[in-house]
Design a protein around this ligand. Structure first.
Ligand SMILES: *Cc1c(COP(=O)(O)O)cnc(C)c1O
Length: 417
């Protein structure tokens, strides 16, 4: 049952152009018992019915206060209350992406993470233009397919499952052709491979400065560091339901002034109506249906995330991830992301022993109250499982998951070599 939520966030209007200010938002005092990396079990009982711990790489478990924000009464999407919350939400997003550049443009659009791909493909590339896709798994391939759908001419730098394209290969590709943009999957959710963005951006700026750098951050925004301005990124697309911890339904993105200029200077109109940036710019978005209840939930989730310095949040993810990865290694399991530097901090993809099938193990884990995800990388799909730990599941959930994993493997006859 969802209780009525105190009306938060209607107190101050912050326009989307106020970039670096700290909004003084009012946050319910009950907002922090989950997702705040407590090392002790939650003190407050959740109002949600008892359910298995959802530990897949998105959607993640949602905080009570975030869910309660969605039970707001119906309101006009152009009325002052919602407009104020939307403005604050965009300012909070600038903080999350670490941008103070007033030319950078955030977008919050009803849709899933995939819509971010369409936003890039429909607005920042024209048919026949060259795009370089750094392929690190299933989701990079999806982004490439989307770009192709809009007529882009896609070249991929490929890599074996569990790895990612290396800088020397990328440099070679960039030197061979003038690419309009490059896409990189920050964390490929199919493999748990983390791509390095800072050095990649330095390379692109050195070798091909006109190429826009576009990041699929659906599985990384709010759990891996992203310094949008400092790293000179041109676009980061994400979704509400992964590390941000807001129910699915919002495509969330940030584009640089340079990317927006690219859009303004198109020769042909965008090949999509719904995903055309022109329909979602600050003046226009107020005329569109923008899912008020979901935006209120996003506003609450962002306020929770930004209560503490964002660097602390990334450090907490690294710490929790290190512990989980140590425990997985102690069980004698290998990670899909072979190189420790390439391992994501919000999820862990692990190979199963040869004798254990994921289709046998996952239901056993489910009975023990833990929901993990199976593999989706087509070359290795049946051989591994995925444990999502974005936004800091409680210490008790992590312990429960690791214990269930150990017991489940034992029940299927596995013992550590
Ligand atoms: C989940 C995910 C997507 C797709 O997002 P949806 O909300 O499921 O459409 C895209 N890229 C990555 C890296 C993801 O993890």
């Amino acid at each position: 049952m969802l209780a009525r939520h105190p009306r938060i966030g209607v107190h101050r209007f912050l326009s989307s152009t106020i970039s670096s200010s700290s909004p003084k938002c009012i946050i319910p005092s009950t907002a922090f018992h989950r997702g705040s990396f407590n090392t002790t079990p939650a003190l407050k009982m959740s109002t949600q019915p008892a359910h298995p711990a959802l530990l897949i790489p998105g959607p993640i478990e949602f905080d009570d206060a975030v869910l309660q924000s969605m039970s707001h009464f119906s309101e006009s999407h152009v009325g002052p209350g919602f407009v104020a919350v939307f403005g604050e939400t965009l300012s909070l997003l600038r903080q999350l992406f670490q941008t103070t550049d007033s030319a950078a443009q955030p977008f919050v659009i009803s849709g899933s993470g995939t819509l971010g791909w369409d936003l890039v493909a429909a607005n920042l590339v024209e048919a026949g233009e060259d795009v370089l896709v750094l392929q690190s798994g299933y989701f990079s391939d999806g982004f490439a397919d989307c770009l192709t759908t809009y007529g882009a001419n896609v070249t991929k730098v490929t890599s074996a499952p569990g790895s990612r394209p290396q800088l020397d290969e990328i440099e070679k590709a960039l030197s061979a052709k003038q690419y309009k943009l490059l896409t990189v999957t920050h964390v490929d959710t199919s493999t748990g491979v983390l791509s390095e963005l800072k050095k990649l951006s330095e390379l692109v700026h050195k070798v091909s400065p006109e190429t826009l750098i576009i990041v699929d951050g659906v599985c990384s925004v709010a759990c891996e560091e992203i310094a949008f301005d400092e790293w000179k990124l041109d676009g980061v697309v994400t979704a509400s339901q992964k590390a941000i911890g807001c129910p699915a339904g919002l495509s969330i993105s940030m584009f640089s002034g340079k990317a927006m200029e690219r859009f303004q200077n198109r020769k042909t109109p965008p090949a999509s109506y719904f995903a055309s940036m022109k329909n979602w710019t600050p003046k226009a978005f107020l005329l569109r249906h923008a899912l008020p209840q979901l935006v209120r939930a996003l506003h609450t989730a962002l306020n929770q995330i930004l209560t503490k310095p964002i660097a602390d949040r990334f450090a907490a993810h690294r710490q929790a991830s290190d512990k989980i990865k140590q425990a997985v290694t102690a069980l004698g399991l290998q990670q899909v992301a072979g190189n420790p530097d390439d391992q994501a901090h919000g999820m862990t993809a692990m190979y199963l022993p040869d004798s254990v099938k994921s289709t046998d193990l996952l239901p056993i884990l489910g009975k023990k109250g833990v929901v993990f995800a199976g593999g989706i990388h087509k070359e290795i799909a049946t051989k591994y499982i995925r444990f999502g730990h974005m936004a800091g599941p409680s210490r008790t959930d992590i312990e429960k998951a690791l214990t269930a994993l150990k017991e489940g493997l034992a029940e299927l006859g596995y013992s550590k070599p």
